[in-house]
Design a protein around this ligand. Structure first.
Ligand code: C5P
Length: 215
């Protein structure tokens, strides 16, 4: 069974998807981590981001492994490094390129093959797993997502103003919603959950109930 959870940055997809997978004893796939690790690989290969052909070549040769929790680039655990602003700012060069999306989507399908899995990203329900039994589009207003993100940053000792967080997030939303292939959108058969007025516990309970009803 495939549970596909999509939504914009800061909607809480990762943490909800991970907890749902734990509860149901399903595997978990963070597809953003694949995009991030591929981007780190390109940065390390010192390829110019506007050289599309070189980008495609480098990503084709990259060794990415997802073990259900950790992302490995050529065998090295890069789970922390892929969260750096340098990586976040450069992802769009890869995410905008259909040939790279197609390669990473194929890898996502291979990872999910024959398993019960909760997968999260931007294009999971609409493009990568159109056959998923359960599709959820998790969202919240830009202000609420920025508020949560800022709280999370502060709790890890990083300080940014609300306006800075909101501006960076709006830029990512625009990029994610406007790409030609794999853009952020709810699949036609997805349920949309607007979480502004919900606590994380309420979101988890709602999603679990919904997924269990689809099993
Ligand atoms: O989910 P996360 O914020 O880690 O994703 C980082 C970026 O990777 C997104 O902003 C998006 O540009 C890209 N991405 C994507 N398709 C996915 C997952 C992530 O294009 N399925």
């Amino acid at each position: 069974m495939i549970v596909a959870i999509d939504g914009p940055a800061g909607a809480g997809k990762s943490s909800i998807a991970r907890q749902v997978a734990n509860e149901l004893k399903f595997d978990f796939l963070d597809t953003g981590a694949l995009y991030r690790a591929a981007t780190l690989g390109v940065i390390r290969a010192q390829v110019e981001f506007d050289d599309t052909q070189a980008l495609i070549e480098v990503v084709r040769g990259i060794d990415l492994q997802w073990d259900g929790e950790t992302i490995l680039l050529s065998g090295e655990d890069v789970s922390n490094e892929i969260r750096s602003p340098t990586v976040t700012d450069a992802i769009r060069y890869l995410a905008d390129e259909p040939a790279i999306r197609s390669q990473l989507s194929a890898q996502q399908r291979r990872i999910a093959e024959g398993r019960d899995i909760v997968t999260e990203g931007r294009d999971q329900g609409a493009e990568v797993f159109p056959e998923a039994e359960c599709k959820i589009f998790l969202t919240a207003s830009p202000e609420e997502r920025a508020r949560r993100r800022r709280e999370q940053l502060t709790s890890t000792g990083r300080h940014m103003s609300f306006d800075q967080v909101l501006a960076a997030q709006n830029k990512r939303d625009r990029e994610d919603e406007s790409r030609a292939v794999g853009r952020l959108r709810a699949a036609e058969d997805a349920v949309i959950l607007q979480t502004d007025a919900m606590t994380p516990e309420e979101v988890l309970a709602w999603v679990l109930t919904h997924v269990r009803s689809a099993i």
